[in-house]
Design a protein around this ligand. Structure first.
Ligand code: PMP
Ligand code: GLN
Length: 403
């Protein structure tokens, strides 16, 4: 019921304080997530679904083979609460090779049920009632509700099109004695921007000055283009010592439905993180963890080549859109492309996303949904997902060029 109501109105906001059964809502402002809303509408309307981010192709065959092996060879009972040792060790090797950090797999790395669970546990570990948390809008939709559930208060710093840079003076102005956590996300969903070294320097200054914690959402760490380097917080010992760094195998191995992610954080933070993780899911599924551990060890080239793989798709999609009326500024990372439509429509993005799904049979995500500030309604931008077969991208571009 909630879904069908929500699908007529693409908003993550709801208004009633109480459910029909009189239950006091802990999240009265929250409706059904836009990803579920738009994917359901796309299915209902038979539209090409470039809204919710998931590939329409499978993970690497060798990975599927390894998972199948473990599934059929008795690896089907609880793994350790913090995740299997082989996978934590493989992650430690990767983090060391790529970012120069040296996390201890026993005390600093936890396997989670997707990046989403890691985000939840990290926020729950840090935020006390009335603590303030800074997020950068447009912000991924799971952050603020989890802060609210802890009794915390989210402070939003808006980033504006077309550059979507962080205004660090504004961040500094927002800091109070209650500010506890900053949530960062690079490469950034939904804008496809990536942080540069000067963002890191600004963050460093604030973290040191005010003793803040950082939750670094790095689930798109390997999907970065044009020779840019991912500025993982694992690279900076002073930042890492105050950070939870979250990633997701769903993005890296084209397996979003497996829901396996991880959190790297110093031992003292991991200790609190695990206290929560053990009672949220206890642990995450066994055969997939084993399969991933083997694959990570045997095929490091996969994550090293992922940027190139998706850059080709971005380039194809953007080239095909050259004749369209959209404004296209190619993404620097993630598998999302923002398209500006002010040259041909003055509709709200929430209205246009619905209309295009119903009439043009193509689904996208309205970006204003990820802002707290209602002023974002004036931005004329939709998000399209390009982690699709080239043929799907051609079909999508053909529809978009016809608008
Ligand atoms: N953070 C961001 C920015 C994301 O786009 C996603 C993708 N859903 C997640 C976190 C959660 O990742 P997962 O699907 O592994 O839970
Ligand atoms: N991260 C995906 C996106 O941005 C969707 C995640 C979800 O459906 N919860 O599209």
């Amino acid at each position: 019921m909630a879904d069908s109501q929500a699908s007529s109105q693409p908003s993550s906001k709801a208004s009633s304080q109480q459910s029909e059964q009189g239950l006091q809502s802990k999240l009265p402002e929250v409706g059904t997530t836009i990803f579920t809303v738009m994917s359901a509408l796309a299915a209902e309307e038979g539209a090409l679904n470039l809204s919710q981010g998931f590939p329409d192709f499978d993970g690497p065959p060798a990975l599927l083979e390894r998972v199948q092996y473990y599934l059929t060879h008795g690896y089907n009972q609880y793994p350790p609460m913090m995740g299997i040792a082989a996978l934590r060790e493989a992650i430690a090797v990767k983090v060391r090779n790529l970012y120069g950090a040296d996390p201890d797999p026993d005390t600093d790395i936890t396997i989670t049920s997707g990046g989403t669970e890691a985000l939840f546990c990290a926020i729950a570990a840090v935020v006390q009632p009335d603590d303030e948390v800074i997020v950068f809008d447009p912000a991924y939709d799971s952050y603020a509700p989890v802060v609210t559930l802890q009794g915390g208060i989210t402070r939003h710093v808006a980033m504006s099109p077309p550059a979507y840079r962080v205004d660090w003076d504004r961040v500094a102005d927002l800091i109070t004695p209650r500010t506890r956590l900053i949530i960062t996300n690079t490469p950034h969903n939904p804008t496809g921007t990536v942080w540069a070294q000067d963002d890191i320097e600004a963050l460093r200054t604030l973290v040191a000055k005010y003793g803040l914690y950082v939750l670094a959402d790095e689930v798109y760490e390997h999907i970065i283009f044009d020779g840019l380097e991912h500025v993982s917080l694992c690279r900076y010992p002073d930042l890492f010592e105050r950070s939870f760094v979250v990633s997701s195998f769903g993005k890296t191995y084209h397996t979003t439905g497996w829901k396996i992610g991880y959190c790297v954080a110093p031992a003292a933070l991991t200790k609190e993180f695990r206290k929560i993780h053990q009672f949220v899911t206890f642990t995450s599924n066994t055969p997939v963890q084993h399969g991933l551990a083997d694959f990570l060890r045997d095929h490091p080239e996969h994550h090293l080549e992922l940027g190139g793989f998706y850059q080709q798709k971005r380039d194809l999609f953007c080239r095909l859109l050259e004749g369209s009326r959209f404004d296209v500024a190619p993404s620097a990372g993630t598998y999302f492309q923002l398209l500006g439509y002010e040259r041909f429509s003055d509709e709200l993005d929430t209205d246009l996303a619905l209309r295009l799904t119903r009439e043009a049979k193509i689904a996208s995500i309205p970006v204003s949904i990820f802002y707290e500030d209602a002023a974002a309604e004036r931005y004329r931008v939709l998000r399209f997902c390009f982690c699709k077969d080239d043929e799907t991208l051609r079909q999508g571009a053909e529809i978009l060029c016809g608008l």
